[in-house]
Design a protein. Sequence first.
Length: 376
Amino acid sequence: MLIAIAISFIFLIWLIFDRLRLLRLSLPIALALGAVAPVGASVLLFGVAQYHPVSSNLMVMRRVIEVRPLVSTPGRVVEIVVKPNERLKKDQTLFRIEREPYESEVRRLHAAVAGAEQNVQQLAAAVRRAASSIQSAQARQSLAQSEYDRQFELFRKQVISEATLERFITALETSKETLKQAQIVEESARLAYNSTINGVNTTVAQVREQLRQAEADLSYATVKAPCDGFVTNMQLLPGAVVSSAGAVMTFVCDDNVNGHTVVLASLPEGSYRNVNVGDYAEVIFKMYPGHVFSARVQHTIDVTNEGQLRISGLVPDLKVTGPTRFGILISVDNAETIRLPAGAQGSAAILTGRMQFAGVFRMALMRSQSYLNYIF
């Protein structure tokens, strides 16, 4: 930058005193120029560095999604529809998993649901049978109690023997035990019948939930694109067994976000503090020499990897590894008209609006650097 300032200063002196001859170079003027030049260069250098910083660490970024099937059980790939690096729209088919095992499971669970619903009716019938058994046991107990009372009165009058009375006592105890067992059976049947969640029998609800999962697996057998973009580095082949445990494709989403292509740059902390969201920026890319693209600062990222506190049982390591640089997200205007592959590198200048004469110099430097990309 100092070389550029010196060349600019020498060019102005040549233009004014030699080419245009607006002034006559004299000793006092030469001494004044020699005194003013370092001060002017220092002010210009300060304004360019602090209020119009440049980042040479600029790169186009894209969202990359690991594609993995959501089936709960592994399945075999039977067809691959997508081709590598082919443009796709969201929800277009990528590949298909064999459907027959999942269809078989859906059919099995449909039958299981019907069986569970039929079992609910059987439980209701069991409750009714148990209630009828209780009524019968109560009638038998009432009859046995009446017989016992009558025989006890005869025994008290010494009409029958004690052995005869013992038979009626045994019959009464048996009828009581029968009633108790009938009540236990009725309680068990009633609990089974009344076991519900949201008004649905729990067994039916469980089987229906299994059916929903099986139907979801069947729908997941067709794997679709998660967003607009393309697949790259595709190694998947028909016959491969896949599951949700591992990614099988790399899907690169389009970088268009709210009409802008977002690129990431970094700035040293000294000049980063003067950058704000919405500041005008100019961006150059090595793949587009001679072109300068207008942009805006979309986000400033007030954190670095070294500045985060991770959950651990260790005391944070405060060792400084090097100068800190903070990231900024830049939205390039009219990005849909240019090709910007992920990983494309370049430089960005942020023009904050302060010391605008220094901003003009920064813009000139960006344009000269853009043309140098033809060579370097």
